[in-house]
Design a protein around this ligand. Structure first.
Ligand code: AHR
Length: 658
C-alpha cells in the first residue's frame, strides 16, 4: 500500500472507527445504566401465611430416555429381546453379533421360560475352528455403557443349551478391542433354562463399553433376560446415584410420575400399564412408548417409582391412564375394567401386606404401604369426548375406596369453574420468556373457592430457551415467585421435563442433561434450588417501588434450617439494566445478623448462556457473604439476574404459627 493509499484508507476508515467507538460507548453506557428500586417486606406475623408443604416438587416422565438409559441403572438395552415385537424372527437391536455369517447364526424364537415375554435369542455357533476371540453377541447398552475401574457389575442372564458349553462374558470397548474384564461361564447341558449370576469387576474405565458373550465351541445356546447392573446404586434400589443426588439437592416435596404423554400413549395399546411393570423384573414384558418412540424393559416400573418417591422424601403422585390416549378412547360405558385396574394399583401401593395386591408389593420387598395421597386422572385429556364421563367413574370409585386421596382433574380451573368435582386441577404452560414472566400474576385473579391448582408442567421453550438458557430460567423464576404469593390457591408446581439423555433429546429444554457418565443442570435446574426452602415456609407481602418495576419480580419468605432462621428475599431482574435496590423489612420478631447472611446470584454475561458438558458450571448460582445485611440495606442487581438475599435472624424469629 503506497502512502497516498494509506491516507485514503485512513480517511475512509476514520469515520467508521468513530461510529463504531460511538456505538461501543453507547452500548457500554446502556449496559451501565442503573435503575433504582425499593422493595419493602412486611414480615409481621399478622400478614404472614404458610406456604403448603407440597409447593415445589418434581415431575418425572419417561421421556428423552430419562428412565431407561437414565436414572434406572440397567446397562443392557432390550435385555429380554422383546423390543422387536412378539413375532419372530424379530429385530434384536441394539444387540449385534461378533463373527460373520459363516461362523454364527442368531435369531429370536418364542421359547423363553417367561410366559409374559416369550421371545428369547437362539445363538447357533457354526464354526469348528472359531476365531481366537470367539464368536457371539454383544450389547452396547444405551449409547455405550459407563464401566469404571475397580467397580463391580452384577450380571444375570438366563441360558439354555442341550450340550455343555463354555461362554466368555466380558466388558469391552465399543470396538471390542480393549477388554475391561472377562469371566468364563460354564453352561451345563440340559433342556432347562438356567439362571446365571456373575460379578464382573472392571480393570479399567471406558465410558462407551459393551457387554460381550462369546464362545469358541460349536453348538446352540439360548439367551434371555440378560441384565447388567452396577452394584453401586442409590440405596441399592437400582437408581443412578449421581442423578439422584441432583434430585435430592432440590428437596422435592412430591414426585409426579410416570408422565405426561407417556401415560396416555399415542394409542391405548402402548400406554403405560402399571400391572405389567411390577413383580420380578425378568417377568415384565416391557413396552414400546409410542409417544416418545422408544422401548422400555420397564425395570423402572410402578413399584420403583413409589420407591423413588420414598427415597426422595417426596409424596408420590400417580398419574394413571383414564382410558384415553392421543388417538383412541374407551367409552365411559366400558370403562369399568379400567377403574378396577386403578383400584388394584392403589391397593398395590396402600393395601396391607395381606391384601391381594399389597402382598405382591410385600413380596417385592416393601411390606409397609406407600403413602399415595394424590392421583391424577389422566394427562392433558380435558375436552376429549369421554374425559368427564370417565373421570367421574374413577373419581367416585376412588372417593369411596380411599376418601383421603386427593384427585387431580386435567381441566384447567383457573379461568372458569370446573363442571365436575376435583381436589386439584392440572395446569401446564410452555411458552416464551416474556409471556411466562408476565404470567407471574396469573393466579392473582383466580377464584379462591373450588379446587386448588397443580402447575405440574411449566417451562420456557423454543427460541428463548436454547438448550436451557439463563433467559428461560429468569422467566421461570419470576413465574414461581407468583406461585409462592398465590400458594393459598396453588398447591403444587413442577418444572418439565426433568431429564434428558443427551443422545435422545426428544423434548427441549430439560432441567438435567446427562449421558452415560456425565450430568449437569441447566439454569432452569439451578433456578429451582432458590425455591427449595419455600415449601412449608412463611410468605410475607412485599411492595416494589420503581419506574423499572415491570422488569422485576420478587417474593419474601422466612424459613428455618436446623435452628437457624432467615428472611429470604428473592428477586428477578429481567431487564438489561442493573438495579440499585433498597430492601427494607419491618415486622420481624428478631434483628438481622450480618454474620450468616448471604446473597446467591444466578446470572451470566449473556442472557442466552447455557451450561454444557464441557462447561457445566457456566451459569450456576454464586453465593457470597452479605456483610451489610440489616433491616434496611442496599444491594445491586446485575442485569438479567436472579438473586436471593438470605438475611440471618438473630433468634428464632419465625412467626410462631410455623
Ligand atoms: O413435558 C413434556 C410433555 O408436555 C408431557 O408429556 C405432556 O404432558 C406435555 O404436553
Amino acid at each position: 500500500m503506497g502512502s497516498k493509499e494509506v491516507l485514503r484508507h485512513a480517511a475512509l476508515c476514520l469515520p467508521l472507527l468513530l461510529i463504531s467507538l460511538g456505538c461501543q460507548c453507547l452500548a457500554s453506557s446502556e449496559f451501565q445504566a442503573t435503575q433504582t428500586a425499593t422493595l419493602k417486606v412486611d414480615a409481621s406475623s399478622q400478614l404472614a401465611r404458610k406456604i403448603p408443604d407440597t409447593l415445589f416438587g418434581m415431575f418425572f416422565e419417561e421421556i428423552n430416555h430419562a428412565g431407561a438409559g437414565g436414572i434406572w441403572a440397567e446397562l443392557v438395552s432390550n435385555r429380554g429381546f422383546e423390543a422387536g415385537g412378539p413375532h419372530t424372527p424379530s429385530n434384536i437391536d441394539p444387540w449385534s453379533i461378533i463373527g460373520d455369517d459363516s461362523s454364527i447364526f442368531v435369531a429370536t424364537d418364542r421359547t423363553s421360560c417367561f410366559s409374559r415375554n416369550i421371545v428369547a435369542l437362539r445363538m447357533e455357533v457354526l464354526c469348528d475352528n472359531c476365531p481366537a476371540g470367539g464368536v457371539g453377541i454383544y450389547n452396547p447398552g444405551f449409547w455405550g455403557m459407563n464401566i469404571e475401574d475397580g467397580k463391580t457389575y452384577n450380571l444375570i442372564m438366563y441360558v439354555k443349551s442341550a450340550e455343555a458349553a463354555e461362554l466368555t462374558v466380558s466388558l469391552a470397548s465399543s470396538d471390542g478391542l480393549q477388554k475391561l474384564t472377562s469371566v468364563t461361564v460354564p453352561v451345563a447341558g440340559t433342556s432347562n433354562w438356567t439362571k446365571v449370576e456373575q460379578k464382573l469387576i472392571a480393570k479399567g474405565t471406558n465410558r462407551t463399553s459393551r457387554l460381550q458373550i462369546t464362545t469358541n465351541k460349536k453348538g446352540v445356546v439360548w439367551f434371555d433376560q440378560v441384565s447388567l447392573m452396577p452394584s453401586d446404586t442409590f440405596k441399592g434400589h437400582g437408581f443412578r446415584k449421581e442423578l439422584i443426588s441432583m434430585l435430592l439437592d432440590l428437596k422435592p416435596s412430591f414426585l409426579r410420575f410416570p408422565g405426561g404423554c407417556f401415560v396416555e400413549g399415542e394409542w391405548l395399546r402402548n400406554a403405560f400399564r402399571w400391572r405389567e411393570s411390577i413383580g420380578p423384573w425378568e417377568e415384565r414384558p416391557g413396552h414400546f412408548g409410542d409417544v416418545w418412540h422408544y422401548w422400555t424393559d420397564d425395570g423402572l416400573g410402578y413399584y420403583e417409582f413409589l420407591q423413588l418417591s420414598e427415597d426422595l422424601g417426596a409424596a408420590p403422585i400417580w398419574v394413571f391412564n383414564n382410558g384415553i390416549s392421543h388417538n383412541d378412547e374407551v367409552n365411559t360405558a366400558a370403562i369399568a375394567p379400567f377403574v378396577k385396574d386403578v383400584l388394584d394399583s392403589l391397593e398395590f401401593a396402600r393395601g396391607s401386606a395381606n391384601s391381594t395386591w399389597g402382598s405382591v408389593r410385600a413380596a417385592m420387598g416393601h411390606p409397609e404401604p406407600f403413602p399415595v395421597k394424590y392421583v391424577a386422572i389422566g394427562n392433558e385429556d380435558c375436552g376429549k369426548k369421554f374425559y368427564v364421563g370417565n373421570y367421574l367413574k374413577f373419581y367416585n370409585a376412588i372417593r369411596v375406596a380411599y376418601p383421603d386421596i386427593q384427585m387431580i382433574s386435567n381441566c384447567d380451573g383457573s379461568s372458569r369453574p370446573l363442571d365436575h368435582p376435583a381436589d386439584l386441577y392440572d395446569f401446564h404452560v410452555y411458552t416464551d420468556s416474556k409471556t411466562l414472566f408476565n404470567m407471574k400474576g396469573t393466579f392473582d385473579r383466580t377464584s379462591r373457592s373450588g379446587p386448588k391448582a397443580f402447575v405440574s408442567e411449566y417451562a420456557v421453550w423454543r427460541s428463548d430457551a436454547g438448550r436451557g438458557s439463563l433467559l428461560a430460567s429468569l422467566a421461570e423464576a419470576a413465574f414461581l415467585t407468583g406461585l409462592e404469593k398465590n400458594s393459598d390457591i396453588v398447591q403444587m408446581a413442577s418444572y418439565a421435563p426433568l431429564f434428558v439423555n443427551d443422545n435422545d433429546q426428544t423434548w427441549n429444554p430439560d432441567a438435567i442433561v446427562f449421558n452415560s457418565w456425565q450430568q449437569y443442570g441447566t439454569p432452569s435446574y439451578w433456578m429451582q434450588k432458590f425455591f427449595r426452602e419455600s415449601s412449608g415456609a412463611m410468605i410475607h407481602p412485599i411492595t416494589i417501588s420503581s419506574s423499572y418495576s415491570s422488569s422485576l419480580a420478587a417474593s419474601a419468605i422466612t424459613w428455618q434450617d436446623s435452628g437457624n432462621s432467615f428472611l429470604r428475599v428473592k428477586i428477578v431482574n429481567f431487564g438489561s439494566d442493573s438495579v440499585s435496590l433498597t430492601i427494607s423489612s419491618t415486622g420481624l420478631q428478631a434483628s438481622i445478623n450480618a454474620l450468616g447472611s448471604n446473597a446467591t446470584v444466578l446470572t451470566s454475561s449473556n442472557v442466552m448462556d447455557e451450561n454444557t458438558f464441557s462447561n457445566p458450571k457456566k451459569v450456576v448460582p454464586v453465593v457470597s457473604p452479605l456483610r451489610n445485611a440489616a433491616e434496611q440495606m442496599q444491594v445491586t442487581l446485575a442485569p438479567h439476574s436472579f438473586s436471593a438475599f438470605d438475611l440471618a435472624l438473630a433468634q428464632s424469629a419465625l412467626v410462631a404459627e410455623m
